[in-house]
Design a protein around this ligand. Sequence first.
Ligand code: URA
Length: 440
Amino acid sequence: MSLTQEIIRKKRDKEELEANEIAEFVRGVVDGSVTDSQVAAFAMAVYFNDMSLDECVALTLAQRDSGQVLNWQAFDLPGPVIDKHSTGGVGDLTSLLLGPMVAACGGFVPMISGRGLGHTGGTLDKLASIPDYNVTPDTSLFQRIVREVGVAIIGQTAQLAPADRRIYAIRDVTATVESVAMITASILSKKLAASLGALTMDIKVGSGAFMPTYEESLRLARSIVDVGNGAGLKTAAVLTDMNQPLAACAGNALEIRCAIDYLTQPTRRPRRLHDVTLALATQMLMSGGLADDQAQARSKLESALDSGAAAERFAMMISALGGPRDLLDAPERHLGRAPVVLPVAAREAGFVTHINCRALGLAVVSLGGGRHRPEDLIDYQVGLTDCVELGQYVEKGEPLALIHARDRQAAEQAVSELRPTFALDASAAAIPATVYGLVE
Ligand code: URA
């Protein structure tokens, strides 16, 4: 047995840790024999000195094994267990769409998602805006719904990867979140604990992404793909753009409305949202063996949408988890509206050449749609809609976005926060691609 401080010292001095040393450290994180300050020191040593592929695989597996690992054998599923995970974005509701779409194509999607983090929205907070939706069912109900409906989206349970939960909480308050090795181990340990057959990662790139540059996003993609496959999980990553919100809205209940529109009305599928959703879902079907090629995958997914099969899976998931049975027919009745709606009027005419997507996400947090502290309550109805897109021409006085706020003061504050996030120019600038590429 090694002394905890010796394990930390080795990492501090840039020596390679053995898998058994990492496993021992992680066991101590769970049984409490490793203190908060030792976790913080370890995290800072990893932040500065990084980890080799072998070390990162060992950390991922140790975190996975720190708690319950789901077993799907007893459920005798007639299709692959597949999932998607994103590094976080703004106005990004792809999980709500592709989970039901993939389920309608024969996949089984046990999606364990997170709350909003910093400026990014969380799928869990969006679902929590639906009255009575149970985001924390016990494992047996979760697995039963996945078996019966094909998809269930819930929050991380206390039993899954508890080591990651403690390490993450300490990283969050010690400026050590942005370590590629620890982000990789954190995400993958939870996905491995769900015993997936394949994972598709959505790695965001741009002003609203978690990683600051394209190169860093690519490095994270490479790390997750290599470590995922090294740990026995078939993993691929799609790099997608986050220089502007994916949908024209951001905010919890507002994004649920947008998801319902997308699933039920072919004319209300915003192009970039559709492109990214299809790129990710296509990859999921292909890695799960549900399609031979991209064309076949896309055609299956389009028919799941057009036939209403995906919308039906979404409705089934909502009611199986306690939400209203008629949510898709009567969203107005259940989702509520913020009382004040105010436009952010353009001060001049021009083409939208830049959107500070991170600032836009932070404005939603300021309105009450996200948290400043972990214990904060969320105002589900607030946020933005009708957000302009890069390349769009706007006349002077036309809205750049509509703000949905709890009161007039909050709305006016958001207007002044948001106006500088949009840059307009007399000539149009190049518009970034929506999907950059695949890392396998
Ligand atoms: N999401 C996670 O689950 N873990 C991280 O470390 C970062 C984002």
